[in-house]
Write a new protein. Structure first.
Length: 238
């Protein structure tokens, strides 16, 4: 992991539309997340949180600025990468509020699919999937289909899937919203643990009062501008 790995945004702006109806959703956003670090991103509705995750995830194009992911400059007043689809598939783990598992694949194949698509041999992809399901304490459900899993189990499978290609970056949008507070904290415990284990840089967008104290650092965003706040940093040592 080289110097500068992790996530860096410098002067990132995003304007939707043009002329009288233009919306400046991000204005000169600066943010850094080190490998192995989990930071929170909080802010009122409409403050630019989803826009920021979409820019970082190469889903939409910023208007200007510079973005580095895993030690590589991906955007510098224009995309610096050939294939944004491959970047999203192989280098970024997305965790959404809903698990979005593929209904006709069992749990292990839901996780193994991405490494297979990235060109890993099937046996290796399945071995990696099993290892992740074990780390997330859901390996006993490996052969179950999504409809046979509880909500918490589905969310853990979707986290395993986000980690399957060992992405240097994970972007999570309200990952604990559908879970009760105990399961939400369990998910955060797993994210903190795996960030350390795989040196992943993780951003978690959240409104969840229960998990906010688990962040050592929090970025607050308001009107498209980020402000770093000290997290309570209580951590998860229980
Ligand atoms: N596709 C779009 N076209 C125009 N304006 C948008 C679009 N998406 C978001 N916005 C506007 O950009 C601002 C930030 O939105 P968003 O990033 O979704 O905020 P948050 O996720 O914090 O609620 C809001 O004013 C929103 O209305
Ligand atoms: Mg949003």
């Amino acid at each position: 992991m080289g110097l500068g790995a992790g996530i860096h945004l410098e002067g990132v702006s995003k304007r939707y539309g043009a002329g009288d109806t233009a919306v400046d959703a991000l204005k000169d956003v600066n943010m850094s997340v080190a490998p192995g670090e989990v930071v929170g991103l909080i802010g009122p509705s409409g403050s630019g949180k989803t826009t920021l995750l979409k820019c970082l995830g190469a889903v939409i194009e910023p208007t200007r600025g510079r973005m580095t992911l895993g030690g590589e400059v991906i955007y510098d007043n224009g995309w610096q990468i050939d294939d944004r689809r491959v970047l999203r598939r192989d280098r970024i783990g997305f965790i959404f509020q809903a698990p979005y598992l593929i209904p006709f694949l069992d749990a292990i194949d839901n996780v193994a699919l991405l490494p297979m698509l990235a060109g890993r041999p099937n046996a290796e992809a399945r071995a990696r999937a099993r290892e992740l399901l074990e780390a997330l304490d859901v390996a006993h459900r490996a052969q179950a289909f999504p409809s046979e899993l509880s909500g918490g189990e589905q969310q853990r499978v979707s986290i395993a899937r986000a980690l399957a290609n060992r992405p240097p970056v994970i972007l999570a949008d309200e990952p604990t919203a559908p879970l009760d507070s105990e399961r939400g904290l369990a998910v955060m415990r797993i994210l903190h643990q795996l960030a350390g284990q795989y040196q992943t840089a993780i951003i978690v967008v959240t409104h969840d009062e229960k998990i906010i104290p688990t962040f050592k650092r929090i970025y607050a965003i308001r009107d498209g501008r980020t402000v770093e706040e000290a997290g309570e940093g209580r951590g998860l040592s229980a």
